[in-house]
Design a protein around this ligand. Structure first.
Ligand SMILES: [Zn+2]
Length: 370
C-alpha cells in the first residue's frame, strides 16, 4: 500500500528531481559585469611556455634583432619565459584566477568547429554553436544569435553591452546591422561619445595611420578607444577582440608576434586596474580571456592555422573574478570546448544561455564557484 497520496507523490518527485534536470542550477554569484577578451590566434605553446628558441631567429621567425628579442623574452625555464612574455597573466590571473589549456599537463581546451580559423571560431565563442554554414571569413551576416546580443535584449543589460574589435569582420560576426549592438571594428573611428580633444586626436590618428592590414586596426588604437568607452559608459558586458597576434604570425614576424602578445598582457593589466579603481566594477567583475584558434607547431607551421594545420585546434582559457576560485594553472581538467564560452559569459551573470540555446555548449562550471 502506498502511504502517499498521488498529488504528494508527484510533488516529491518534482522536488527531488528538479535540481538535477532541466535548467542549470546557479549558486548566487557576485559577478555583475563580464569582460570577455580574445587575442587572435595566440598559441597555447607561448601562453604556457613563453618564447620558442627555434623561432627566435632570422630563418624561421624573420627576427630583425635577435639579441634584443632574446634579452626581452628568453629565459632558461618555460615558467620564467611565460612570465617574461605575459607578466600580468602569470603573476596575477594565474594566482588569483585560473588558466586552462596546458595540453602537456592534461588540460585541454579545444575548438570544436573543425576549421580552426577566425570567423568559425568567433562564431563558436560568441554564439556557442559550431556552425558548418560558417566556412569562410567573408563579410556575411551571422545567422546565429550571439550571447552579447542575447544579453543586450534583457532589461538589465539593455544598452550596457559593447564590443571593440580590431578585425573589420566583427560587425558581421556580431550581426550589428540586425541587433544594433554597439560594435567598433577595423579602421572605424575608435573614440565613441561626445568629442573632446583626446577623442578627436584618437580618431585623427585612426584616419591618418597607414594600415599594415586593410582589415585589421592596430591593437593600440582599438584599445585606447575601448578603454575610454569603458570608463565613461560603464558597460556590464564588454568584449575586446585584439588582432595583431594573428596577423604578425601570418607575416612570419615572430618578434612582432611576441611583442603583440606582451602588449595585450599589458592591456589586460591596465583594464584590470581600471576595474579595481571603479566602484561600479570593483570586486564584481569577471574577466574571461581566450583565443579563436591555435596555430601549427613546426618551424614554418607556427605561422599558419586551419583544418589542415595539425594542432591548431588547441586553445586556452583564463578567468579571474569574484566567482572563480584561485586555483591557478589547472592540470588534468575535463575537456573544455570553445562552444562553452558563450554560456559561461552568461552564467557568470546569472543567465542561462544553454537553456535558451540547447545546442550551445554548457557553461564551464569548472572555473566557477560551486
Ligand atoms: Zn589567421
Amino acid at each position: 500500500m502506498n502511504p502517499f497520496p498521488r498529488m504528494l507523490q508527484a510533488l516529491l518527485v518534482f522536488v527531488v528531481l528538479a535540481p538535477v534536470c532541466g535548467a542549470e542550477a546557479f549558486a548566487p554569484l557576485k559577478t555583475r559585469n563580464v569582460v570577455l577578451i580574445t587575442t587572435d590566434g595566440l598559441r597555447w605553446e607561448e601562453v604556457f611556455g613563453g618564447a620558442e628558441a627555434a623561432l627566435m631567429n632570422r630563418e624561421h621567425g624573420d627576427v630583425q634583432n635577435t639579441n634584443a628579442l632574446r634579452e626581452t623574452f628568453w629565459r632558461e625555464t618555460p615558467e620564467a619565459r611565460r612570465q617574461a612574455l605575459m607578466p600580468f597573466l602569470w603573476s596575477v590571473i594565474a594566482k588569483e584566477g585560473q588558466i586552462l589549456g596546458n595540453k602537456s599537463r592534461g588540460s585541454v581546451v579545444k575548438v570544436s568547429n573543425g576549421l580552426n580559423f577566425s570567423y568559425p571560431g568567433y562564431n563558436e565563442i560568441l554564439a556557442g554553436i559550431p556552425d558548418p554554414r560558417i566556412d569562410s571569413n567573408d563579410k556575411k551576416p551571422n545567422p546565429n544569435v550571439n550571447v552579447l546580443a542575447w544579453l543586450n535584449e534583457k532589461p538589465a543589460f539593455k544598452g550596457r553591452v559593447a564590443a571593440f574589435c580590431a578585425w573589420d569582420v566583427f560587425p558581421y560576426i556580431l550581426n550589428r546591422e540586425q541587433n544594433g549592438l554597439l560594435v567598433r571594428a577595423g579602421w572605424e573611428p575608435m573614440a565613441v561619445g561626445r568629442p573632446n580633444p583626446q577623442r578627436e586626436l584618437l580618431n585623427q590618428l585612426v584616419e591618418e595611420t597607414t594600415p599594415m592590414w586593410e582589415g585589421v586596426i592596430y591593437d593600440s588604437l582599438m584599445f585606447r578607444g575601448a578603454l575610454d568607452y569603458f570608463k565613461e559608459s560603464k558597460p556590464r558586458v564588454f568584449y575586446l577582440a585584439f588582432g595583431e597576434t594573428d596577423d604578425w604570425a601570418h607575416e612570419g614576424r615572430y618578434d612582432h608576434y611576441l611583442r603583440a602578445a606582451r602588449r595585450v598582457d599589458g592591456y589586460l593589466k591596465l583594464l584590470w586596474e581600471t576595474v579595481q579603481s571603479m566602484p561600479e566594477y570593483r570586486d564584481t567583475t569577471t574577466f574571461l580571456v581566450t583565443t579563436d584558434h591555435g596555430r601549427g607547431n613546426g618551424k614554418d607551421e607556427w605561422k599558419d592555422h586551419g583544418k589542415k594545420i595539425n594542432g591548431s585546434e588547441y586553445i586556452w582559457l583564463a578567468a579571474m573574478g569574484p566567482d572563480t576560485p584561485a586555483l591557478g594553472e589547472r592540470t588534468n581538467t575535463e575537456l573544455l570546448t570553445q562552444s562553452q564560452v558563450a554560456a559561461t559569459v552568461a552564467a557568470f551573470l546569472g543567465e542561462d544561455y544553454h537553456a535558451a540555446f540547447p545546442r550551445a555548449g554548457g557553461s564551464a562550471r569548472e572555473i566557477m564557484s560551486k
